[in-house]
Design a protein around this ligand. Structure first.
Ligand SMILES: [Cu+2]
Length: 456
């Protein structure tokens, strides 16, 4: 595959002409008359933060923050991001859940060349869908995401949604010790199981924060799991909360219920009725408190429950005419013979093929080739004892059914496939290109659980 070298060498000279300050992001080109655009200059760079009180942690930040700066745009508009790499190593940005052209997808050697230190790359694409999305590198993912290169991308509806208040909650755990020093992002014995968990859990970069919410109002909570490996068992005991969207696509509003399992890369949008002033609600992961939601103020007229959010323009698969393909996600259990020479561990495979994270040619051997415009049903079979959040780039799919749980069909970009579960999802193969199809437990992806699907 050949590339035009889009990024401009010696890009930093160009940046200084734009008069950029020390880190941060800002509008950088103004707005052309003909199109509504949202323009950011987004710098990735090392940053010292205080994750553990009294200690300094050297994270990698987008826009001077970890998790990264929240990017916002409106459905149907263009998003233009000049990504400036001031990290000590190459990187890219993948826009998780956004249906965009392949050359904007941020996969190294498939979409683009890696952006080298000191270079920049201009991402530019239209946003067809409203919802809660996120961005992260697709290079050295364990370390780069682990060090903090994850950030929310919020696409607002074209028309007001009916929510007057909203909050974004980015969930991430950190692989740090009690002094805030990073340890290993992936260790083989954990990668071969559920993934290597971070030890310090945070919301918006803070451990167990208290978030103030307006009393009596219905607040839209956008909860994003930006973690490398953890599935959060989200619950809000004693709260009145309804699910409005899953992974960037609206659902018919329904009660949150006892618990929702939010795997790595997944998002959930809740409507929460904030109680009277002074009341505190715990947001929990199983029995553990993630954050305290504190009701403050009052005086504003009580809010009413907004109607369902408008559906995104995702094509409806033709199930009667669809071709079925089966994908087995399984344990490979083969330690590479050459790991001491720098070869990758391979613990996982899809249909008997393990992805080699160090082999740039893997994407030239797609696991399936789909005919552009046709509908497909994927049967996703997890024949392992660990769960896998299965993510597809480039296209949104519809979850149809599962042998383990009752499903109200919905559109998503990531499905949390439970242990020994078989689920069926369907899509229209409408986006030409070679698209990554992988588990979003980063250590699983880096030890084999990734494949390429070609649409031509
Ligand atoms: Cu997995």
């Amino acid at each position: 595959m050949s590339f035009t070298r889009r990024q401009i060498l010696a890009g930093l000279a160009g940046v200084s002409v734009l008069g950029l300050g020390a880190g941060g992001a800002r509008y950088w080109l103004g707005r052309p008359e003909e199109a509504r655009t949202h323009d950011y200059e987004l710098i990735a760079a090392p940053l010292d933060v205080e994750l553990v009180p009294g200690h300094r942690t050297s994270v990698w930040a987008y826009g001077g923050q970890a998790p990264g700066l929240e990017l916002r745009a409106r459905q149907g508009d263009w998003l233009r991001v000049r990504f400036v790499n001031r990290l000590p190593e190459p990187s890219t940005i993948h826009w998780h859940g956004i249906r965009l052209p392949l050359e904007m997808d941020g996969v190294p050697y498939v979409s683009q060349l890696p952006v080298l230190p000191g270079e920049y790359f201009d991402y530019r694409f239209r946003l067809p869908d409203a919802g809660s999305f996120w961005y992260h590198p697709h290079t050295a993912s364990g370390e780069q995401l682990g060090r903090g290169l994850v950030g929310p991308l919020i696409v607002e509806e074209r028309e007001p949604s009916g929510f007057r208040h909203e909050r974004t909650l980015s969930l991430k755990s950190w692989h740090v010790d009690g002094q805030g020093v990073f340890g290993e992002f992936s260790v083989p014995r954990e990668a071969a199981r559920g993934g290597t968990p971070g030890r310090l859990t945070t919301v918006n970069g803070e451990a167990a924060p208290t978030l103030e919410l307006p009393a009596g109002q219905i607040v839209r909570l956008r909860i994003l799991n930006l973690d490398n490996t953890l599935t959060y068992r989200l619950n809000l005991p004693d709260a009145e909360a309804r699910i409005y969207a899953l992974d960037g696509n609206p659902v018919a509003p329904r009660p949150l219920g006892k618990e929702y399992w939010l795997g790595p890369g997944m998002r959930i949008e809740l409507g929460l009725r904030v109680p009277a002033a002074g009341v505190e609600l715990p947001l929990r992961n199983g029995p553990l408190r993630l954050a305290t939601l504190k009701s403050v103020g009052g005086g504003e007229a009580p809010g009413a429950w907004p109607a369902a959010l408008p559906a995104n323009p995702v094509p409806e698969p033709d199930l009667a005419a669809a071709e079925s393909l089966r994908f087995n996600f399984e344990w490979a259990g083969a330690l590479s013979v050459n790991t001491e020479q720098g070869g990758a561990f391979k613990f996982w495979q899809i249909n008997g093929q393990a992805w080699d994270i160090n082999d740039r040619s893997c994407a030239e051997r797609p696991i399936a080739t789909l005919q552009q415009g046709r509908s497909y049903i994927f049967e996703l079979r997890n024949v392992s004892q660990y769960q896998h959040p299965i993510h597809l780039h480039g296209m949104t799919f519809k979850v149809l059914d599962s042998n383990r749980r009752k499903i109200a069909p919905y559109f998503t970009d990531t499905y949390l496939l439970g242990r020994n579960e078989t689920a069926r999802v369907a899509l229209v193969a409408d986006n030409p290109g070679v698209w990554m199809f992988h588990c979003h437990v980063v250590d699983h992806m880096e030890t084999g659980l990734m494949a390429a699907i070609k649409v031509a």
